[in-house]
Design a protein around this ligand. Sequence first.
Ligand SMILES: [Mn+2]
Length: 454
Amino acid sequence: MTNTDQPTLLHAHYATLQTFWESVLERTGFSAIVLGAGSQQFHFHDDQGPAFRPNPLMVQWLAKQHIGENAWLVVRQGTTPTLFFHQPDDFWHAATPAPMHLSTHMDIQVFADLDALKGRLVQEVSKHLEGKHRVAQISERDDAVTDRCVLNPPNVIHALHFQRACKTEYELTLMRQASEQGARGHKAAEAAFASGASEFGIHLAFLEASSMNEWQLPYGNIVAQNQHASLLHYQYQDRKPAAEMNSLLIDAGANVDGYASDITRTYVGPRCYSAEAASLFEALLVRMQDHQNDLINQVTPGANYVDLQAAMHRSLANILVDTNLLACSADEAFDTELTVPFCPHGLGHLLGIQVHDVGGQQLDIEGHVAPPPAPYASLRLTRPLTEDMVITVEPGLYFISMLLKEKRAANAPINWSLVELLTRFGGIRIEDNVRLLPAGAGVENLTRDAFAKV
Ligand SMILES: [Mn+2]
């Protein structure tokens, strides 16, 4: 029996969801919320397609990666939800079994025949339509179940998305497991790199040790050696080991029952092209690790990630000046935004069912948004931090020729010979997943805990 089978955790998870969803019904005046899981889509002119991913709101209720296609969930006030589950008789594919272990938490009705399922769904939805009542239907491509269903009403979706940022203990248990599986993958990847494996070999080592099929990954593995590490979302894997092995940046996570981990580590390589460059890169790695620790220590309820993003650039300015990469003062580097091309991405984001979880720029359940300020346009998390959020903290330092070229043309005070020395290392990113504890108690670092455990 795993932790997630504990009935009390599951019970508390459902109580939290039910209370919040009922408050959304109350506030918006809908008599029910109907979720469609969706169905498999295909590539253009093809009978093959990407792996089916269900409606993420459905994942929150079923906490399952394998929610069958065509499932529907009806949530209403004062009673447990009803799940209509399609389990076809099929000899082409294995039918996803209905989650009967959840039957104490919801009414589960299983149908082999899709038309019969839809007929019962219409009946069920119609039951909740007295007078002028409307039902909120959240689904991707489906027609309205009845003409009284309102498709994807923003006021309902904003509220549900906002609430997903703060995790229940049940969700945290899944995310700890995802962190442990991710940490196993990372340890195997580190060992593979030390023994001279190619990017592809490291990718395979990660999959095996994390026990992930490629299609189960929360996002495509980023396995970047040498200069590839300067491509923030480098998506290929070289099949042959590189002639020189200066660095590895690996950004890879695992997925447990629909919940993700998102972990990045950077290593110095076993065959660096230059001893001088290697020792400089190693010194930068040490500084970046301290830098990340400092930022994690500032994560607390009430803090604003926009301020932390600015703190990241202030501290990056110090690192670049101390290591002589910049020939100006740290204040000048920060004020002139000279650190931005060295780290053009955001400090972090919400994490959960989606790797970049929804609602990070949302200020409230009404859906008011807080766009990130220039020059931090790619920051995905701008809302105030609160307890039980799970977020990533992932500062970076890169040598991106495309961005630095512009600075060179503008005669920026950059030490170009050092940049040249480090360009073949690509860059550094260190990313942990942390859960906010009450003010003063720090964070639960899911990633560090997992590395210490596996
Ligand atoms: Mn991330």
